[in-house]
Each structure stands twice: as C-alpha cells, then as structure tokens.
Design a protein around this ligand. Structure first.
Ligand code: HEM
Length: 138
C-alpha cells in the first residue's frame, strides 16, 4: 500500500486547535456583524452570509475529523454534532430573514449566542481530552 508522506494524526493534532479557534472567533465576529446588519449596515449582509457559509464548512470539517480520530470521546462527538445542527439552523433562519421573516430575528439572535457558547464548550472539551491523553502517553 502507498503511504502518504504526511502523518494524518500529526496533521489532526496541529490543525484541530486552529480550526476550533477560527470557528469560535468567526462566531463572535458573526454576532457583531449581525447586530450591525440589524442596525442598518446593509453592506455587511454579504460578509455576514459568507462568514456563515465558511463557518458551516469548518464545522463540518471538524465533525469529520472528530469521527475519524480514534481518541475523540463521545462528549466531543456529541457537542460537535449539536454545533453542526445549530449552525445549519442558523443559516436556514438567516435566509428566512433575507426573505423578510422579521419574526425570526429573536430566534436568529439567540441561536447566534448559542453557537458562541457551543464553540467554547467544544473547544474546552477537546483541549481537556488532548491534555489527558498527553499525560497518559507521557
Ligand atoms: C453562524 C452564523 C451566524 C450568526 C452567529 C449570526 C448572528 C446574527 C445576529 C446576532 C444578528 C442580530 C440579530 C438582532 O437583530 O438581534 C444577525 C442578524 C442577521 N443575520 Fe445572521 N448570523 C449568522 C448567519 C447568517 C446567515 C447565513 C444569514 C443569511 C443567509 C444571516 C442573515 C442575517 C440577517 C438578514 C440579519 C438582520 C436581521 C434584521 O433584519 O434585523 N445570518 N445575525
């Protein structure tokens, strides 16, 4: 069998914290952008949608990694799945808002804050696991 020149395990260890941090920072930026859009900055609608879609791709990527990594725990798998579903819902709500469903604004706002909290929780669980495994293998 041909083996690739890079080790997938190494790549995962290096990039998961970077991707996780990007998701968290992106979610915070999205909440700020969202309030600006709601305040009347129409030019920011484009970036707000784009960041939302990039966020979805990142979260789906992290989910794929969580399910392929043997050391990931049930808790990290559950939180990342919940995060993916909530981000999907947020994008659906966002498109409803674009179509004029003003009544959805509070749900979109609450869901946005929930995404920030879940991104923090996912990051916390992942780094706790990583530290535990480091002390076990050391
Ligand atoms: C993870 C991604 C997202 C987060 C965290 C987020 C968060 C927010 C927040 C906090 C607001 C302010 C709501 C308020 O007035 O209190 C907002 C507004 C808005 N968002 Fe998002 N959003 C996301 C994705 C999207 C997407 C993908 C779309 C469009 C497809 C979208 C469309 C809108 C629109 C149109 C508004 C303005 C609502 C209004 O008319 O007041 N959002 N967003």
């Amino acid at each position: 069998m041909i083996t690739p020149p890079w080790d997938l395990g190494d790549l995962v260890v290096k990039f998961v914290p970077v991707l996780g941090t990007l998701v968290l920072l992106g979610a915070i930026v999205q909440v700020v952008l969202g309030f600006q859009v709601a305040g009347g900055s129409d030019v920011l609608v484009g970036p707000h949608i784009l960041f939302g879609l990039i966020g979805l791709i990142l979260v789906v990527g992290l989910t794929a990694i969580a399910f392929r990594t043997k050391t990931s725990t049930l808790y990290s798998k559950i939180t990342i799945i919940v995060l993916t579903v909530v981000v999907l819902l947020q994008i659906a709500l966002g498109f409803q808002l674009l179509n004029g469903a003003e009544a959805m604004v509070p749900s979109h706002e609450m869901n946005g804050l929930l995404i920030v909290v879940l991104a923090l929780v996912t990051g916390g669980i992942t780094s706790m696991n990583a530290r535990k495994q480091e002390t076990q293998t050391a």
